[in-house]
Ligand binder design. Structure first.
Ligand SMILES: Cc1cc2nc3c(=O)[nH]c(=O)nc-3n(C[C@H](O)[C@H](O)[C@H](O)COP(=O)(O)O)c2cc1C
Length: 384
């Protein structure tokens, strides 16, 4: 607890997470594809933006409430889906969902999560989203839709940037395997992180809880993540499949991994209610633009109605202010909440969400904008 309170920002929590996690696990969290160009640009794009404040405005209170996926939220932030969350802390997705609910923020469970969606549906009272893939076996996707309806999920997120797994060389260099297991080369790192290793050995079974009943191959023993993804993911998914999914679900649906105005428009035309501008945290197509750089053009093309979420590179509350000024509905974070989770479980996620909210509110106050609805293009400028 004391340790968490000493963290002043996301970067401090990252340092704490790095100390807690065995090297291959931290590398899995941090890594991007190929040369990690997109990964580094995601955050750099925010640093290239300047905020132009209004002065002599009454900012004695700041209105931050909004809606995402039609659900009321305390401020414009959501928590992105991350697979294999149990690798970072034994309390896994449940800890994240409970903290998100306390902060009035939506949390999106990954298909590749380690907690059953039904169990998560009962954790906390916050808006719940499920990240779905269109698998080769459309029956599995349809089964997820039915399960999400039964469990009371508020929205679906269809990830479309993973026809194959990105080339994450850090995972190969560190010898990551699924589930994590002791290898000769990782032994020292696991031994140096006894609290993590103890939790991994004694905690609940490491399982892709939502797909393992269908994935017979996993039962055959540890296999590499790359083999697993390669076998299940469908490279032949097209817009027709999106239309099918939208009709099947018939509720709030965002497409995650959209990058261009044309694809954002087509997403909406095919039945999505929003888009998540994302390059998967730089983990898939290296060379893809930073989501923050695509906001204005996408918003201009699809108008005010649909949700436009900026996902990737957010490390400060001020980044969210910038994204909103450019036209985003909200931002989404992945690694930052995992840093908190790894550093201190549910309390660690609480800490990161509190820090980001304080930064967001303070930035709004300093920028002289008392209501997020009043943020606009005139508040932000790209450094020339
Ligand atoms: C460890 C990890 C696992 C992830 N797993 C998934 C996943 O299962 N599905 C998905 O759509 N995106 C996944 N992502 C991508 C995130 O949803 C999100 O797009 C990304 O983390 C945003 O960038 P940020 O980490 O800079 O915030 C994962 C990201 C990380 C870091």
């Amino acid at each position: 607890m004391m340790q968490l309170q000493r963290a002043n920002n996301v970067a401090d929590l990252r340092t704490q997470a790095r100390r807690k996690l065995p090297h291959p696990i931290f590398e899995y969290l941090e890594g991007g594809a190929d040369d990690e160009v997109s990964l580094s640009r995601n955050s750099a794009a925010f640093r290239e933006l300047e905020l132009l404040p209004d002065v002599l405005v009454d900012v004695s209170s700041v209105r931050t409430e909004t809606t995402i996926f039609g659900q009321p939220c305390r401020w414009p932030l959501m928590l992105s889906p991350t697979g294999l969350t149990r690798m970072f802390h034994g309390h896994a997705e449940l800890a994240v969902a409970r903290a998100a609910a306390r902060h009035g923020l939506p949390y999106c469970l990954s298909t590749m999560g380690t907690t059953r969606l039904e169990e998560l549906g009962q954790a906390g009272s916050g808006p719940k989203l499920f990240q779905i893939y269109i698998f080769k076996d459309r029956g599995l996707t349809a089964e997820f839709v039915a399960r999400c309806k039964d469990a009371g999920y508020h929205g679906l997120v269809l990830t479309v940037d993973t026809p194959v797994a990105g080339n994450r060389e850090r995972d190969r260099a560190s010898g990551l395997s699924l589930p994590p297991r002791l290898t000769l080369s990782s032994l020292l790192s696991f031994a140096l992180h006894p609290s993590w290793s103890l939790q991994a050995l004694t905690g609940s079974k490491f399982d892709l809880a939502n797909v393992s009943h269908r994935v017979d191959a996993l039962a055959a023993g540890p296999m590499s993540l790359f083999d697993y993804i390669g076998g299940q993911f469908d490279r032949a998914v097209t817009w027709r499949d999106l239309e099918w999914l939208a009709a099947e679900w018939n509720g709030p649906l965002a497409i995650k991994g959209v990058m261009t105005p044309a694809d954002a428009e087509q997403s909406i035309n095919c039945g999505a209610t929003g888009v998540i501008l994302s390059n998967h945290g730089g983990r898939q197509l290296d060379g893809a633009p930073a989501p923050a750089d695509q906001i204005s053009a996408v918003r201009a093309r699809i108008g005010d109605g649909p949700d436009v979420i900026c996902d990737g590179g957010v490390r400060r509350g001020s980044d969210v202010v910038k994204a909103l000024a450019l036209g985003a509905t909200a931002c989404s974070i992945g690694r930052p909440y995992i840093y908190g989770l790894a550093a201190g479980g549910e309390a660690g996620v609480d800490r990161v969400l509190s820090l980001l909210f304080e930064e967001f509110e303070r930035t709004m106050t300093l920028a002289g904008v008392p209501d997020i609805a009043a943020l606009g293009q005139r508040h932000v400028r790209r450094r020339s």
